[in-house]
Design a protein around this ligand. Structure first.
Ligand code: NAD
Length: 256
């Protein structure tokens, strides 16, 4: 039997978003997957997730950096009970060389998309007096690293936005929280490891250990499945009074 609830996970064709979507599909949620374009690969993902549980799995193409496409998507899909704003991207460059179009794109995708989905999802959540908004921020929403100006600014902004949503819904059955992962080995991080390995001449595995050792005391990656299970916990009754917070999962990164 389906849970009767529908979850939208933005940017869910790979990495953390896909891991979260798999966990919700296994718990019989109806899942709306999202990425820029539909393809044979997205059809295959719908089929794969459909076999995990009883919920309906649907893929919705939408470029999350474009407000008009987000409006169309939100009008097309079923009302959303659990909104997981996950789509995001990175660009690494010193501030003075940071391409201005990359800055605009990262802010649009990592931050503004969450504003647009949230403003469009809230009326249904308020009407039924229940909803969950989970914004995938980052440890970079709490501390900075060099050469990640747009990413760090967008992820700090997402935590501020989460707090406002929590205050505005505090007397309802809706909660809004941010997740702050440290390193998770996904395509987004794999690209950074490859760039570093090209520069240093070290192997991919040596470079991934170096990356972890610099920031994450556990020297271990979090997994998309762990993030999905944390999201599921936030949807439980046990978490009904957890709102406006940032859940940090960083192997000790910000404890230093
Ligand atoms: P990823 O590159 O594997 O996944 C990003 C997803 O976003 C992909 O499914 C991609 O198709 C989608 N996407 C990209 N641009 C899009 C667009 N314009 N419209 C719609 N979808 C788009 O990366 P990931 O590591 O899984 O990152 C997911 C989220 O987690 C991001 O917000 C990222 O900032 C955050 N995060 C990642 C890490 C990490 O270590 N991997 C750590 C902290 C936070």
């Amino acid at each position: 039997m389906t849970s009767g609830k529908t979850v939208l996970v933005t940017g869910s064709t790979s990495g953390i978003g896909l891991g979260i979507a798999r966990v919700f599909a296994s718990e019989n949620y109806n899942v709306v997957l999202n990425g820029r374009k539909s393809s044979d690969a997205t059809d295959a993902l719908c089929e794969e997730l459909g076999q995990l549980g009883e919920g309906h799995i649907h893929f919705q193409a939408c470029d999350m950096s474009k407000p008009d496409e987000i409006e169309n998507m939100m009008a097309d899909i079923d009302p959303i009970d659990v909104l997981i704003n996950n789509a995001g991207m990175q660009h690494v460059s010193p501030v003075e060389d940071f391409p201005t179009e990359k800055w605009d794109l990262i802010l649009a995708l990592n931050l503004s998309s969450a504003f647009h989905t949230t403003r469009l999802a809230l009326p249904h959540m308020k009407q039924q007096n229940w909803g969950r908004i989970i914004n995938v921020s980052s440890v970079h929403g709490q501390v900075a690293s060099s050469h990640k100006a747009a990413y760090v600014a967008s992820k700090h902004g997402l935590i501020g936005f989460t707090k406002v949503c929590a205050l505005e819904t505090a007397e309802t059955g809706i909660t809004a929280n941010a997740l702050c992962p440290g390193w998770v080995r996904t395509p987004l991080v794999e690209e950074q490891i490859h760039l570093r390995a090209e520069k240093s001449g070290r192997s991919i595995e040596e470079e991934s250990l170096a990356l972890l050792s610099e920031k994450q005391p556990s020297k271990a990656f979090s997994t998309p499945k762990q993030l999905g299970e944390t999201c599921l916990f936030l949807c439980s009754d046990a978490a009904s009074q957890i709102t406006g917070t940032s859940l940090t999962m960083d192997g000790g990164w910000t404890a230093v």
